[in-house]
Design a protein around this ligand. Structure first.
Ligand SMILES: Nc1ccn([C@@H]2O[C@H](COP(=O)(O)OP(=O)(O)OP(=O)(O)O)[C@@H](O)[C@H]2O)c(=O)n1
Ligand SMILES: C[C@](O)(CO)[C@H](O)COP(=O)(O)O
Length: 238
């Protein structure tokens, strides 16, 4: 039987949740009695991924180890490491903590509605295309505004996607891209996802694959209410 190549997941939970504005960092807010971060970990634990690296905020690794990983028995977590100031710093820390893999999936811990199906599709696409990002075509019209917030341009919607996570890559490719990024400050401005790091640092093409409109990121308070509704649907369908 052909080997699939070991696959790791880096799950990011080192953000401060500024836009959520809650006292507790949003990844630890409770949803149906469990911390939000539990749900992304559960999906990856139930997938074909071989190992999981969890990236936490400074001083939060002990809490995550005891109150999430041990409490809920997440056996695939091989490392808990602390992240950095920006998301890309945390990703780099996570990539360095991976033990042994050929492919890696990078996922926001703040996306609890991710499913095993989306994870497997991203994993398969990484094997086929080397680099992929999950997303969905936009449903609304998008405007580019000028500095006074007047509409300056309306791009063709047919080529616009909302990008989600996981984003999946050959490990050597994404590590090389991040190493280059970390040594060139000029490229660090405005880095918001991993696909753009690979695009700009290696010029490798990133395949876009369809995820699910329900795979939302919890960013502002109303997202928690939406996640509650979506989560009920996710568990009903199981
Ligand atoms: N320095 C950072 C910033 C973000 N993240 C993670 O990246 C994901 C997406 O980031 P975002 O939604 O922006 O989270 P926050 O940075 O926490 O939110 P905000 O920007 O509102 O402060 C989250 O799972 C978050 O924990 C991270 O690991 N390290
Ligand atoms: C990676 C991401 O989730 C793709 O949509 C997004 O760019 C993260 O952005 P954030 O500002 O860190 O939430």
């Amino acid at each position: 039987m052909e080997s699939r190549g070991r696959t790791a997941a880096v799950i990011l939970a080192a953000g401060k949740g500024t836009r959520m504005g809650s006292q507790v960092h949003k990844q630890y807010l409770e949803l149906f009695g469990k911390p939000l971060l539990y749900y992304a970990l559960e999906a990856f634990e139930n997938s074909s991924v071989d190992e999981i690296v969890l990236v936490t905020g400074l001083g939060e690794s002990g809490y995550c180890q005891e109150e999430i990983i041990e409490k809920y028995g997440f056996s695939k977590v091989t490392a808990v490491t602390e992240g950095g100031k920006e998301r890309y710093h945390s990703v780099y820390e996570g990539l360095k903590a991976v033990n042994n893999c050929e492919y890696v999936l990078i996922h926001d811990g703040a996306r609890p509605c991710v499913t095993v199906e989306i994870i497997e599709a991203a994993s398969d696409a990484a094997r086929m295309y080397k680099a992929c990002a999950v997303g969905m075509p936009v449903k609304d019209t998008i405007k580019i505004s000028d500095e006074s917030e007047f509409a300056a341009m309306t791009p063709d919607r047919n080529s616009l996607w909302l990008i989600q996570t996981p984003q999946a890559f050959e490990y050597e490719l994404v590590l090389r891209a991040y190493e280059k990024l970390m040594s060139s400050e000029q490229y660090q401005v405005g880095v918001t996802d991993d696909a753009m790091v690979v695009e700009t640092m290696t010029h490798e093409k990133v395949k876009l694959i369809r995820g699910d409109y329900a795979n939302i990121k919890i960013t502002t308070p109303e997202d928690m209410e939406i996640a509650g509704v979506l989560m009920k649907r996710k568990y009903r369908e199981k």
